[in-house]
Design a protein around this ligand. Structure first.
Ligand code: GLC
Length: 418
């Protein structure tokens, strides 16, 4: 047993080292050849289990591409862009290196605080420097994206849950007025059945065209063709603000502004409550709920929010599948076990859910989820995502955040510093 799990630990480490490009890591070679915002922070967390210095570099490389307005982009195109679509020319966002024009879930403050807590003397100066950048990013969210305390996304890719059912209504409202000539790259790497459909891709590009036409200004986000308040974003930012607040207290910084953000976001959480009895996305064009109980809905504990109905949902969902947490409730007619974000399990999302459950004292469920994830990864490997029904591995193989989560949270020797 010991030697088995030790060799799985080694495989996970090999994956992270294989995806290391010196000062940043790629999610997996081929399908995702650049630095992705939240992937990179999970990876830093994983690398910290054996090389804290390199882990800090990962975070610093990401924050070095922060825009003047405070936004931290979702992709940093570090090198060799020819084989990726949509690449920097399509985004038209500029930057050295070039970046995309949208953001991704802000797990950075939480992950960087974990690095810092693992060795305060080592990380103090780096955490203090990072603090200001993280505060600027959170401020940008609060000033440009908070809608009744909920965080709005202007592209499904900002949520990190690219193809979720949550976006269907808002996607249907996006009018495709341009003919886009392009060759997708994703479907040459993985099975088209597991990826978004063509009509969806044209809409994704329409949203990018809107941002590009308006120079990716914050004002243009208000008139974006797609605007949805995402509980995943709201919960993750709320958690990140709590971590930032703890750091502010430790560094004797002013805490008033951050406390204000927390109060606003806590109000936003209440607005995500669908009266049908779960946290849901809100389509901002008409204020309607999306009707999606997802693996983002169960991030409430991660955000420090208690909710008995959600606990009940989570138990029922876990009882319904072999491997949890599915990205969509299997009781939803839109559930598809292998289609992107409409059913499959993501290990890194499980880690956030599990950390939240443990933090809030639901250690029975936290342990259940961790052991279930351990079983999944040790049996089915380190893919991008998996079927909740039978664990079939899908998407890209040798995936960084999946390997990172084994070393930090899911594996028997995990040491993630939370
Ligand atoms: C997909 C995922 C997103 C992730 C990216 C790289 O776009 O939906 O969450 O960051 O792949 O792994």
């Amino acid at each position: 047993m010991t030697s088995d799990t030790t060799s799985i630990d080694q495989q996970a480490k090999d994956i992270l080292q294989g995806n290391d490009r010196g000062t940043f890591t790629v999610p997996t070679h081929g399908l995702y050849p650049f630095q992705w915002n939240w992937d990179s922070m999970f990876t830093a967390w994983g690398i910290a289990t054996w090389d804290l210095e390199r882990a800090w570099v990962e975070a610093e490389t990401l924050l070095a591409s922060q825009w003047d307005c405070g936004m931290v982009p979702h992709i940093i195109f570090h090198e060799g862009t020819a084989d990726y679509f949509p690449g920097p020319d399509v985004w038209g966002a500029g930057g050295t290196p070039p970046t995309s024009g949208i953001t991704q879930p802000p797990v950075a403050a939480t992950m960087m605080r974990s690095l810092y807590n693992q060795d305060k003397a080592f990380g103090r100066a780096r955490m203090e420097a990072g603090f200001d950048k993280l505060a600027a990013w959170h401020r940008w969210f609060m000033e440009t994206r908070a809608e009744n305390g909920m965080i709005a996304i202007i592209h499904p890719w900002e949520s990190g849950r690219d193809n979720a059912l949550d976006w269907d209504k808002a996607m249907a409202g996006v009018e495709v007025t341009e003919m886009f000539e392009y060759k997708r790259r994703d479907t040459s790497h993985v099975d088209a059945d597991m990826r978004p459909k063509q009509g969806e891709y044209d809409r994704y590009l329409t949203m990018v065209a809107h941002g590009r036409k308006h120079g990716w200004s914050d004002e243009s986000a208000k008139t974006a063709p797609f605007r949805v308040a995402d509980p995943g974003m709201t919960f993750i930012l709320l958690r990140a603000c709590r971590d930032l607040l703890a750091l502010a207290e430790e560094f004797a910084r002013d805490t008033t502004e951050i406390e204000g953000w927390i109060t606003i976001l806590e109000g936003g959480v209440r607005n995500h409550w669908n009266p049908e009895g779960f946290y849901d996305s809100v389509t901002l064009s008409d204020g309607s709920f999306a009707g999606a109980l997802s693996n983002a809905s169960v991030l409430c504990w991660y955000a420090g929010i208690e909710n008995a109905q959600m606990l009940d949902h989570l138990r029922k969902i876990l009882d319904n599948v072999t491997y949890g947490v599915p990205s969509l409730d299997p009781r939803n007619p839109g559930f598809e076990p292998l289609r992107y974000w409409r059913g499959p399990v993501w290990a890194m999302q499980n880690a956030l859910i599990g950390i939240g459950l443990d933090d809030m004292g639901h250690t029975d469920l936290g342990t259940r989820l961790r052991e279930n994830t351990r079983d999944l990864l040790s049996t089915h490997g380190f893919n991008e995502y998996f079927s909740p029904v039978d664990g079939t591995p899908a998407g890209g193989a040798t995936f960084s955040w999946t390997a990172a989560v084994w070393l930090t949270w899911a594996g028997p020797n995990a040491k993630g510093g939370f």
